[in-house]
Structure formats: C-alpha cells, structure tokens
Design a protein around this ligand. Structure first.
Ligand SMILES: Cc1cc2nc3c(=O)[nH]c(=O)nc-3n(C[C@H](O)[C@H](O)[C@H](O)COP(=O)(O)OP(=O)(O)OC[C@H]3O[C@@H](n4cnc5c(N)ncnc54)[C@H](O)[C@@H]3O)c2cc1C
Length: 278
C-alpha cells in the first residue's frame, strides 16, 4: 500500500541523562504474568517522558549487594565503568504511567522465568530500592496519519497501551496483542477508533508463535497514510517487518518494528536490528 503524501519522520527528542535511585511504593499483580511496580521519590523531580515508547533502564543490584551500580555519566554521555569497576546491571522497561504530582512512575514487568528483571519483579515489595536511568530520549511522531497498526506481546503491551491512550479521536487504530490466554488480557482505553484483537498462544512459549505475523498479514488496512508499530520477540518480528515494507509497501518512515527481547539471549540490545529498519 503506497501513499501520495510524504510521511512525517519520527524525531528523537533528547532528555538530560540522569540516574535516579527510587523506592518501590506499591506492587500489584495486574495479570497472572505481569507485575505493576510503582516507584516513587523526590528524585523524580524533572523526570521527562512524552512519547508512547518512552522507556528507562532499570538498574539492578548485583547478587549480594544492597544497591545497584550507578552508571557513570559525563557530559550527558554514558561512559564505560572505570577499570576494575562493574558495569551497571540494566534492562529496558517502558514507563507505563508517570504521575508528576505524586512523583511516581509505574512499570509493568513480565514474569517470564529466568533473568534479573523477571526475578526481581517476582520478589518486588514496597520499600525496596532500584535505580532508574533515563529516559535518554523520546521518539516523537506527529499524529497526522489516517490509521495506525499496532502489534505487541506482553513486554510491549505497556507501550501499545500508551499508543492507544495518546492517539487522538478520529484516527483508525487496528491493534493486535498476543498473550497466553484470556486471563492475561488488559483493559486498554483510547479516544481513537480502536479495534483491539487479542491473540492467545496457549501453552506455546512466548516468542515462539507466528500469531502476530498471521494477524497482521490478514489485516484489512484502510486507505490513506498509515503508520505501523510492532514490538516483541526480535526473531518473530523479522517477517513482520519484511511484510510491512515489501508486501504492504510502507516506507521506512511508516514502520517501526522493535525487537524488545530475543529468545535465548540475555539483555538483548534492541538497537541490534536497527540496520534492518533501513
Ligand atoms: C524499549 C523496550 C521496552 C521494554 N519494555 C518492557 C516492559 O515495559 N515490560 C517488560 O516486561 N519488558 C519490557 N521490555 C523487555 C525486557 O527488557 C526484556 O524482556 C528483558 O530481557 C527482561 O530482562 P530479564 O533480566 O528478565 O531477562 P534476560 O536476562 O534479559 O533474559 C534471560 C532469558 O529470558 C529470556 N526472556 C527475556 N524476556 C522474555 C520474555 N518476555 N518472555 C520469555 N523469555 C524472555 C531471554 O531470551 C533469555 O533467554 C522492553 C524492552 C525494550 C527494548
């Protein structure tokens, strides 16, 4: 599907790079597989977030340590740790909510089994402290499109929900969300004309199915200028990116497919596939 109008470009708005040590205020099991952790503290003064995909690096303590290793920042740049010092132990998480007045953020953390992030989420309780680094920047997209296609599995549901909440009335939004079953579905609000279809993978491991790909291939996309955002397990997203670019004919400015994690890889770098975005 091609369009006559040149699509607007996503632009990165940089924020001052800051590390904050925050305290867990509340922990809520929002679905069987996801924990919402509310972090708070005066350190959140000046915290910036403004785009659906805004995320932070949560910094975890090394086994046996009380506090995380703090990232070294010089001239607004994240530096390597000095010789003999450990690098911070970090994982990326979306800012689900930011309540400026209360100096609180919510982060929805998937309990997937192994991994420092998942394990920490499983034992999180009020009073625990964690480092929050960033966000480094916001991916700002002018909301001028006629329609949006959104796709996610559990780790990208917080960002999908933010897209749905931020998109304005009058635009068509076709969204697909893969979860293990009906008990993992969440209520997602939108002023836009949203059709959200839940896809259930049942007992299949997360990131092992082609449910999102099949749903997106079969989607009846409207005419006009569109934008597609899909995030989840990196390998399963590759055919989706190819489909959107090659078969649907969307330009690179109309497609943002982001591998949030990769099966069998700890601490996957989601910028690894950036070359594929070209
Ligand atoms: C921009 C961005 C935003 C993100 N937002 C969120 C968010 O809001 N909430 C959230 O929960 N995650 C989010 N993620 C994904 C999260 O960073 C990864 O799932 C991360 O690997 C979790 O770290 P871990 O320490 O638990 O596991 P790791 O130590 O990184 O990995 C250990 C093992 O677990 C596997 N694994 C990792 N994640 C999963 C999973 N979801 N299901 C099954 N196996 C998995 C890995 O393949 C590896 O084999 C985001 C990622 C990015 C890049």
């Amino acid at each position: 599907m091609t369009t006559e109008t040149a699509p607007p470009r996503m632009r990165i708005v940089r924020h001052p790079l800051k590390y904050r040590l925050l305290e867990v205020r509340r922990v809520q099991r929002i679905t069987p597989g996801t924990v919402r952790v509310t972090f708070g503290g005066e350190a959140l003064e000046g915290f910036c977030e403004q785009a659906p995909t805004d995320h932070v690096k949560l910094c975890f303590a090394e086994p046996g340590a009380d506090l995380p290793v703090e990232p070294v920042v010089e001239n607004d740049t994240w530096m390597d740790a000095p010789d003999g010092m450990s690098e911070p132990l970090t994982r990326d998480y979306t800012i689900r909510h930011h309540r400026r007045e209360q100096q609180e953020i919510d982060v929805d953390m998937v309990l997937h089994g192994t991994g420092v992030g998942s394990a920490w989420a499983g034992r999180a309780e009020p009073g625990m402290r964690l480092g929050v680094f960033g966000p480094r920047g916001s991916e700002e997209l002018p909301f001028v499109h006629d329609w949006y296609l959104l796709g996610a599995e559990e780790t990208a549901l917080p960002a999908l929900a933010r897209w749905a909440e931020m998109l304005p009335a009058g635009v068509r939004v076709i969204a697909f969300a893969e979860v293990s079953g009906p008990e993992d579905e969440q209520q997602i609000e939108s002023a836009a004309d949203l059709t959200l279809t839940w896809l259930h993978r049942g007992d299949a491991p997360s990131g092992s199915t082609d449910l999102l790909e099949r749903a997106i291939r079969a989607a009846d996309l409207p005419a006009g200028l569109g934008f597609a955002w899909v995030a989840g397990e990196a390998t399963s997203l590759k055919p989706i990116r190819r489909h959107l670019r090659r078969e649907r004919g969307l330009s690179k400015d109309q497609v943002d497919v982001d591998g949030y994690w990769k099966r069998g890889v700890a601490n996957h770098d989601h910028h690894e596939d950036d070359a594929d975005h070209a």
